[in-house]
Write a protein that binds this ligand. Structure first.
Ligand SMILES: CC(C)(COP(=O)(O)OP(=O)(O)OC[C@H]1O[C@@H](n2cnc3c(N)ncnc32)[C@H](O)[C@@H]1OP(=O)(O)O)[C@@H](O)C(=O)NCCC(=O)NCCSC(=O)C[C@H](O)C(=O)O
Ligand SMILES: [Mg+2]
Length: 301
């Protein structure tokens, strides 16, 4: 695992594909897909009468197949009546992270942390949190901060706009005009506590143009990647949230310039007529680390 300057681990999360845990045909496809991370869903993609079946299918599937990227399991919320059984099944399936839906307060994170401690969860098991209700957005900074300071397991938040639109009445307009303030609020809360942030799903998976525009928007808002619902969305997300050649070259130019003996100890330098400070060096190191992971991933596929 590559570590960035601020010691937050750099992980590749450009494309985070969601798969209903009870869909055998979709599960069978996952290993051959180029998603950076896969969320195996026990929550809204699985109907209440199939929850038990989905837990069992997921355990069997992950027992025999592991995708290359991060494995995340989304459980049902604690108040749903399915939460405890989902957590038990998730822990047994040994994911990299458990995704908590509809997180509304620091207490939701704390309850999950307590359960994990009581059930001897491995130290490196991470928590992800979905922010997808009005209270979740309002309490975003406190949620992110509690997750970081208590137990240190939380390292990623995911925006759920379907639920947020349902709860607020904001319609699904192209461009997401009235949702942008909340998207930026969530991004700021995540960054304020050193967490990664994943943009929401785009439902119209046959609308390639609309999807690409939304990926570019999410990237420009600062998000690390996008939650996806269909394999056709993976390549575009990897490209939009990826790093182009010019940016990699620029990062290396900054790193090399600060490594020159004449620049040792300098806080600011002149790089071909442009002011470059050590904060830009930090950014360049992080970007180069991510580019290195992307190259390794390409070499493997
Ligand atoms: C949306 C879908 C139900 C569409 O499925 P389908 O009708 O099967 O589409 P296609 O015929 O185009 O599929 C082509 C093949 O690809 C496989 N497939 C489809 N989706 C996936 C997937 N997600 N992962 C892996 N493989 C997939 C199909 O099986 C076809 O292959 P084959 O069967 O061999 O022909 C479906 O895409 C789907 O269920 N997507 C995921 C839905 C989901 O997980 N929803 C929960 C996440 S969204 C969310 O969380 C919202 C958030 O909470 C919020 O509030 O916003
Ligand atoms: Mg949701």
């Amino acid at each position: 695992m590559t570590r960035a300057i601020d010691h937050h681990p750099v992980r590749l999360r450009r494309s985070v594909l969601c798969v209903p845990a009870d869909n055998a045909r979709a599960l069978a496809k996952v290993r051959d897909l180029a998603a950076d991370a896969v969320i195996f869903d026990l929550e809204d993609a699985v109907s209440p009468d199939r929850k038990a079946q989905a837990r069992k299918a997921l355990g069997q599937h992950l027992g025999a197949n592991r995708p290359d990227g991060e494995v995340i399991i989304r459980v049902n919320a604690s108040g749903s009546g399915f939460g405890r059984e989902d957590l038990t099944a998730a822990l047994a399936a040994k994911p990299d992270a458990i995704l908590l839906p509809k997180v509304e307060s620091p207490a939701d994170i704390q309850a999950a942390l307590d359960w994990l401690a009581e059930n001897d969860a491995p130290e490196d098991l991470r928590l992800w949190a979905m922010i997808e209700t009005p209270r979740g957005v309002i309490n975003g900074p406190a949620i992110a901060e509690t997750g970081r300071t208590v137990g240190g397991r939380l390292d990623c938040v995911v925006v759920g706009l379907n639920d947020l639109r349902k709860e607020t009445g904001v319609p699904a307009l192209s461009g997401r005009t009235y949702l942008i303030p909340w998207l930026m609020q969530i991004l700021l809360a995540a960054r304020g506590s050193g967490l990664d942030a994943i943009d929401a799903v785009f439902n119209d998976f046959r609308d390639a143009e609309g999807f690409e525009a939304e990926c570019r928007q999410g990237h420009d808002m600062g998000y690390d990647g996008k939650m996806l619902i269909h394999p056709a969305q993976i390549d575009v997300a990897n490209q939009c949230f990826g790093i182009d050649e010019a940016a990699i070259a620029e990062a290396h130019a900054i790193i090399n310039a600060f490594a020159l003996p004449e620049n040792a100890g300098k806080g600011v330098i002149n790089l071909k007529g442009r002011m470059v400070e050590r904060l830009h060096l930090d950014q360049a190191v992080k970007l180069a680390a991510k580019a290195e992971i992307i190259e390794k991933r390409k070499a493997k596929s």
